[in-house]
Design a binder for this molecule. Structure first.
Ligand code: NAD
Length: 290
């Protein structure tokens, strides 16, 4: 194994990724599997979850990981925990999240890495989109805060209970550039939730450092995912977001893998409490240049 492989390895680690069936969560899960972790993805979309587990398993095999459930134990059960598995869960329910995390620990014996990533861009169907200040739909507003903020808090809280006992762990929250400054393209609910995730991440990092648990946030700019619906990014959305990104385009989810692995692995062993934008320069100040 090369020095670089060794530095970024997560071999033997157990990881949980919420919202892992699609988009950025899938990219986080994929790089963790490829770099050696056993990964549990959780999502409230069961069809997408099933497909994602299958293709993550294939990605693991292609990266030279051993087949899941290799061999049979003396009692006839499967030998060893699965390489990739999926669990249906809605992160806006604290009990569902603590059961999810407890199940990961019961199956794998520990939990080393958590990506608290699940999120939505609008109110969950059939609620209307959250609107602007004078026409905000408060039910949609609360539904979004429940997933994008409370879902992260519940996930970190449940993971921290185990990680404190282990005296180790790396937690990564998914914030957004929309939580780091005002953004005219973003509804209030989303901007407020993500700003709170930024400060929650710092608060938790300070608290959990005593137990050797690191907490950092990734703050993506516009990435081409299914956020906001089942459909991929439309041509209009692509053009609109590309115009506000100095690099002139939206991000591909694969472009988030390097930062994710840095924060998850021992390569990031002295990093905690950081909020890391990955945004093609979208946070840079100044007028658009020709
Ligand atoms: P996505 O829709 O492709 O993936 C989100 C996944 O989370 C989906 O599989 C969805 O089913 C799942 N999910 C949503 N609510 C859930 C819940 N309550 N419980 C369990 N699973 C749930 O979108 P994405 O862009 O990959 O979003 C991932 C994270 O990245 C979100 O937190 C989002 O706010 C954040 N983000 C995305 C962008 C972007 O441009 N795509 C920018 C900044 C931040």
């Amino acid at each position: 194994m090369s020095v670089v492989d060794d530095l970024f390895s997560v071999r033997g680690k157990v990881a949980l990724v919420t919202g892992g069936a699609s988009g950025l969560g899938y990219a986080f899960a994929e790089i963790l599997v490829q770099a050696g972790a056993n990964v549990v993805i959780a999502d409230w979309d069961n069809d997408a979850l099933e497909k994602a587990v299958r293709s993550l398993g294939e990605a693991g095999l292609a990266a030279g990981r051993e087949p899941p459930h290799r061999g049979v134990s003396e009692t006839g059960g499967m030998k060893g925990p699965p390489l990739v598995s999926g669990r249906g869960a809605d992160v806006s329910y604290p009990r569902a999240v603590s059961e999810l995390v407890d199940r990961v620990v019961a199956t794998h014996g520990k939990i080393d890495i958590v990506f608290a990533n699940a999120g939505i861009a609008r109110g969950r169907p059939p609620l209307l989109p959250a609107g602007w200040l004078d026409d905000m739909d408060m039910a949609a507003y609360k539904a979004l805060i429940d997933v994008n903020l409370h879902g992260v808090v519940y996930t970190v809280q449940a993971a921290a209970r185990h990680m404190k006992k282990q005296r180790s762990g790396s937690i990564v929250t998914t914030a957004s550039t929309a939580g780091m400054r005002n953004d005219p393209y973003t509804p209030y609910s989303y901007a407020i939730a993500k700003a709170a995730v930024v400060n929650f991440t710092k608060q938790a990092a300070h608290d959990l450092a005593r137990w050797g648990v690191r907490v950092n946030a990734i703050a993506p700019g516009p990435f081409k995912t299914h956020l906001g619906g089942k459909e991929p990014t439309s041509a209009e959305a692509d053009a609109m977001w590309s115009a506000v990104v100095p690099l002139g385009r939206m991000g591909d989810p694969k472009e988030i893998r390097g930062l994710a692995l840095l924060l998850a692995s021992d390569a990031g062993s002295f990093m905690t409490g950081g909020i890391y934008p990955i945004d093609g320069g979208a946070l840079l100040q100044g007028p658009s240049l020709p």
